[in-house]
Design a protein around this ligand. Structure first.
Ligand SMILES: NC(=O)c1ccc[n+]([C@@H]2O[C@H](COP(=O)([O-])OP(=O)(O)OC[C@H]3O[C@@H](n4cnc5c(N)ncnc54)[C@H](O)[C@@H]3O)[C@@H](O)[C@H]2O)c1
Length: 440
């Protein structure tokens, strides 16, 4: 790991490679970046662009913006390319996604029209509810991975980028149990030669990225880089990996509310979460095996935050249920309901209802931007392998195999900011503060 002056500066262009570039999240991200670049909008929701970081003692009143404190790529230096199973250019795809109004898309029209998805690596066994024709013709996994690498090389040369980052904004793949083929790089590469059915398309993209020296971020709950084989490859190639599943609507709320309940030692008997959404992601999740992948990701947070083993009287027996219903009239404007049954003093029951009328892609787009910028920073700082400090952005944060993930949003934020302080040689902030009152 490099620190302070040794961190390579963010010079030259940063290539952003996106599998699923024609999707709702991706096109909303792209249109938003262009609007910010043209001064038409603020990057609302982006910690990297709008956040500040407190440094030193409170009486020093030092709180620079994060983007001044660390060297991040400038938005003007970002260039984009990616793959999708549909051949619509990103303007047509954004119209189809119906997230942004036409008046917000129009200024970015010529920019979006120029982004034409490259043919994808796709296998319908992993995304049953979609079928597109913009796919690579090869059938051998090794050839497909080589095809992705060739796309990357062409993009790099054409745009003269100095660095790249890949971020998966593609559909959620069907549920996969880790098997022997995922257990080591050697078994994975043998699996590639045999077209092993436990290797999904997202793993081929990740393999192509890592072997090209490009960090990989997983925005969906797919296994992808969360397997020993990819962790080994990332270490071997000295590249960064992070995942998985953007933490946006309901799980964001869950990881805000649950730490508060626990902080006050209020008990929980049940947490019922349901969603209606009608975008293409909702259509994909309407397949039970894709939902199973998402369900696991959505269920993980509460157990870890509430620690039932440590607090059996409060959290030893709570019922947690998560459902998603595909309901086309809502499009991207998801509604997430939470019915939370809690208990307090003398066991008296109480209820909390959360009805979050959110917009899925509006919440996800700034996360894509931050992850791209911070992963590029990690790579320039020679931070290789799993980037747990970015767990702030994920529903199921990937961490070292001997650890449990940290889900509490506020601990995640502290971890992220302390990592930035550490990289820049600043003192960690512990919030102890006794030295303001007692001199030792
Ligand atoms: N929007 C959110 O709040 C949110 C939160 C967490 C995770 N996610 C995840 O982010 C991903 C994108 O979400 P979205 O709403 O944009 O979905 P979307 O369906 O609009 O976009 C996904 C795109 O991926 C494409 N695709 C599927 N398989 C592909 C492949 N093998 N190669 C290339 N392209 C492929 C699809 O054609 C589609 O255009 C999904 O996996 C979703 O579960 C989204």
């Amino acid at each position: 790991m490099r620190r302070e002056e040794e961190i390579h500066k963010a010079e030259g262009k940063l290539g952003v490679l996106i599998p699923g570039i024609g999707g709702a999240v991706s096109t909303t991200f792209l249109a938003g970046v262009e609007a910010v670049r043209r001064g038409l909008a603020l990057p609302i929701g982006s910690l990297a662009q709008m956040g500040t970081i407190r440094l030193g003692k409170r009486y020093e009143y030092r709180a620079p913006s994060i983007r001044e404190f660390v060297s991040l790529a400038r938005l003007d230096d970002l260039v984009f390319g990616g793959w999708d199973i549909f051949s619509d250019n990103c303007y047509e795809a954004a119209l189809h996604a119906k997230v942004l109004k036409s008046e917000d898309l129009e200024p970015a029209r010529s920019f979006l029209e120029k982004i034409q998805p490259w043919p994808a690596v796709f296998n319908q066994a992993f995304v049953r509810n979609l079928d597109g024709s913009n796919v690579k013709a090869e059938t051998s996994y090794l050839e497909l991975a080589e095809g992705i690498k060739a796309d990357i090389d062409t993009f790099r040369q054409k745009n003269e980028v100095s660095r790249c980052v890949m971020i998966w904004c593609g559909s959620t793949e069907t549920y996969l149990e880790p098997t022997d083929v995922h257990n080591s790089l050697r078994s994975f590469e043998e699996g590639l030669e045999k077209n092993d059915p436990s290797i999904s398309p997202s793993m081929l993209y990740a393999y192509a990225a890592l072997t090209s020296g490009i960090p990989y971020i997983n925005g969906a709950p797919n296994l992808t880089v969360d397997i020993p084989a990819m962790e080994e490859l990332a270490e071997k190639q000295q590249v960064a990996i992070a995942g998985k599943d953007f933490k946006t609507g309901q799980t964001l709320m869950k990881t805000i509310v649950a730490p508060g309940l626990k902080a006050r030692m209020l008990g929980l008997t049940g947490w019922y979460s349901t969603n209606i959404l009608g975008n293409r992601d909702g259509l994909v999740l309407d397949d039970k095996d894709s939902f199973k992948t998402k369900e696991g990701s959505k269920l993980a947070a509460l157990e870890t935050i509430l620690q039932p083993g440590t607090y059996p009287e409060l959290y030893g027996d709570f019922h947690h249920k998560v459902a998603i219903s595909y309901y086309p009239p809502r499009g991207d404007e998801k509604e997430g309901w939470d019915c939370i049954d809690i208990f307090g003093w003398l066991g008296y029951p109480m209820q909390i209802k959360v009805d979050f009328l959110c917009r899925d892609s509006i919440l996800a787009a700034p996360l894509v931007l931050d992850l791209v910028l911070f992963m590029d920073l990690a790579q320039r700082a020679a931070m290789t392998g799993i980037q747990e400090w970015l767990s702030f952005y994920f529903k199921t944060p990937q961490c070292a195999p001997n650890l449990y993930s940290e889900h509490d949003l506020f601990i995640q934020l502290m971890k992220l900011k302390n990592t930035l302080r550490y990289l820049m040689g600043e003192t960690q902030i512990t919030h102890l503060g006794l030295d303001y009152y007692y001199q030792s």
